[in-house]
Design a protein around this ligand. Structure first.
Ligand SMILES: NC(=O)c1ccc[n+]([C@@H]2O[C@H](COP(=O)([O-])OP(=O)(O)OC[C@H]3O[C@@H](n4cnc5c(N)ncnc54)[C@H](OP(=O)(O)O)[C@@H]3O)[C@@H](O)[C@H]2O)c1
Length: 128
């Protein structure tokens, strides 16, 4: 399978990419920095340089793939206090993938968290 993966350089992605490559899949990975691109190429992935906000790139790569694994998340925004901004970007990306994959029967895998907050509560912040 040709698998397009976002967040491939992250904690989960850096385990998923070698598993996919080792199983014989063609992995195409989104990377927003040269450091991530270099690491991903060393792991056997093809790289597409870009950002999660490039929805046209996400749609194009999803349309050209047999499946998508979406792991990228703007944790940097969360740590700066903008959880809503990170969640909005995630939703936009998921909707873009959905537009490309809808009705195709091709798999779409995401990793996400379940956050429980009281109404009016604030998301947890990293303190160290
Ligand atoms: N790890 C866990 O225990 C856990 C538990 C529950 C849910 N999750 C969820 O699973 C997903 C992956 O988690 P993780 O722990 O692997 O995350 P992570 O280690 O923080 O990795 C995040 C990935 O997202 C990429 N990314 C961040 N901002 C981006 C942007 N603007 N454009 C493109 N890529 C961007 C990062 O790329 P760079 O290399 O460029 O930084 C990195 O590859 C997240 O949605 C997370 O909330 C994780």
């Amino acid at each position: 399978m040709r698998v397009f993966i976002t967040g491939a350089s992250g904690w989960i992605g850096s385990a998923a990419v070698p598993e996919l490559v080792g199983a014989g899949h063609q992995v195409v990975a989104l990377a927003r920095s040269q450091a991530s691109a270099t690491a991903l190429e060393a792991a056997g992935a093809e790289v597409r340089r870009g950002d999660l906000d490039d929805l046209e790139l996400l749609r194009r790569e999803a349309a050209a793939s047999d499946g998508v694994m979406h792991l990228a998340f703007k944790h940097d925004l969360v740590y700066s206090g903008d959880f809503q901004g990170a969640a909005d970007a995630d939703q936009q990306a998921i909707e873009a993938f959905g537009q490309a994959l809808e009705g195709s029967g091709r798999p779409f895998v995401i990793a996400s968290g379940t956050l429980g907050l009281a109404p009016g509560g604030s998301p947890p912040r990293r303190t160290a």
